[in-house]
Design a protein around this ligand. Structure first.
Ligand SMILES: [Zn+2]
Length: 142
């Protein structure tokens, strides 16, 4: 992994965790034993590179729900259902991706462009965090 890719991955994870603010399965705000982790909904090592730096394809899970890496369809469906409550368009985008055959490919990306996009997203999310004081980005009903 190049430094540029590492930087972008870290920024992506930071944005995803700040947007969600809790494990989207159990609502945990994270703690020392089960800290929050950003999870890629699609296995990027299988060539799903277009989803790597897109925050729409990332969700926050506590370490308890992230290990072992959730790949089972039941958990995936649960996650999509949680997202649908908040953002129907994003849930549909995820399902479309899930139903699109993966074309194996090599990761190529413009690190400066990706960083610029992520930094803009970070600023938006940081502002909304300060404004509304909500603890869990997915509301209640957990
Ligand atoms: Zn959890």
């Amino acid at each position: 992994m190049t430094n540029a890719e590492k930087d972008c991955r870290q920024l992506w994870a930071k944005i995803v965790k700040h947007r969600d603010r809790c494990c989207i399965i159990c609502g945990s705000p994270g703690n020392e034993i089960f800290p929050l982790e950003a999870h890629h909904l699609f296995n990027v090592s299988q060539g799903n590179w277009p989803t790597l730096f897109d925050i729409d394809y990332g969700v926050t899970l506590c370490k308890d729900h992230h290990e072992p890496t959730p790949k089972d369809s039941e958990l995936f469906e649960k996650i999509v259902a949680r997202i649908r409550v908040k953002d129907e368009e994003r849930a549909d985008k995820i399902l479309t991706r899930a139903n699109t055959p993966i074309t194996p490919c090599v990761l190529t990306f413009d690190a400066r462009l990706v960083k610029r996009i992520l930094k803009q997203q970070w600023e938006t999310i940081e502002d909304s965090w300060m404004d509304d004081g909500i603890e869990c980005g997915y509301g209640d009903g957990i």
